[in-house]
Structure formats: C-alpha cells, structure tokens
Design a protein. Sequence first.
Length: 131
Amino acid sequence: SWDRDRDDSTAAKRRLERRRDVAIYLSSHLCTISALTSAFLYKHVNALPVSRARSFVRDSWGLLAVPHLLFLGGLSAFIVSVVLMAWVAYEEAWWRAFFTAVGLMCPAVVGVFCAALARTPQLVQVAPRGE
C-alpha cells in the first residue's frame, strides 16, 4: 500500500512536470512570435503614407490584434508555468496555495491597470507625420 501511494505520488509529480514544461515551451514561443509580428507590423505601417496607414489600421484591426493576443497567450502560459513550478517543488498545501495566489496576483494587477487605463481620457492628440 505504501509503495502504491509513493508510485501514485511520483506519477502525479511527473504529470505536473510535463504540464509545467509545456507551459514554459508555449510561453516562450508565443511571446517570441508576438514580438516578431509586432515588429513586422510596426515596420510595415511606418513605411506607408499617412492616408494609406489610416486605411490599413481601419481595415486590418484583426491583423493588428495578433501581437497582443499572442502576448496575452504567452503571458497566461508563463503564469501557469510559474504556479506549476511551485506545485512541483512544494508538496505542502499551504505553500502551493501561497504560490498559486501570488501567481494569480499578476494577471489581477494587470487587469485592474488596464481597466483604469481604459477609463482614462486621452489627454494628447498626436498628429500623424506629414500633417
């Protein structure tokens, strides 16, 4: 019976390690792809004349959202990997709960910040180049 419990515990730990590894792999790749797509979009839009840039932004909102969505996915995977690291390293329920709570504070703070930012009026209107 004791050997069976130890084997179940080892198998559960291995499953957590695999999930952690997948989350780390996803987070690094999603954030890298986010940075690359953002850089390519920036270069493309800055090379356009102002009139064409405005229509590109208006007509390509889905394409413009890709870097942000990839970053949110990468950030989410990273937070999951950090929480899973703690679950692999600590078997005590208190430590697991603590590190899970700390890991969830990150998206909570970012969410509150974004909500506050959305309610902030735009103070300065930036004029496009050439106008």
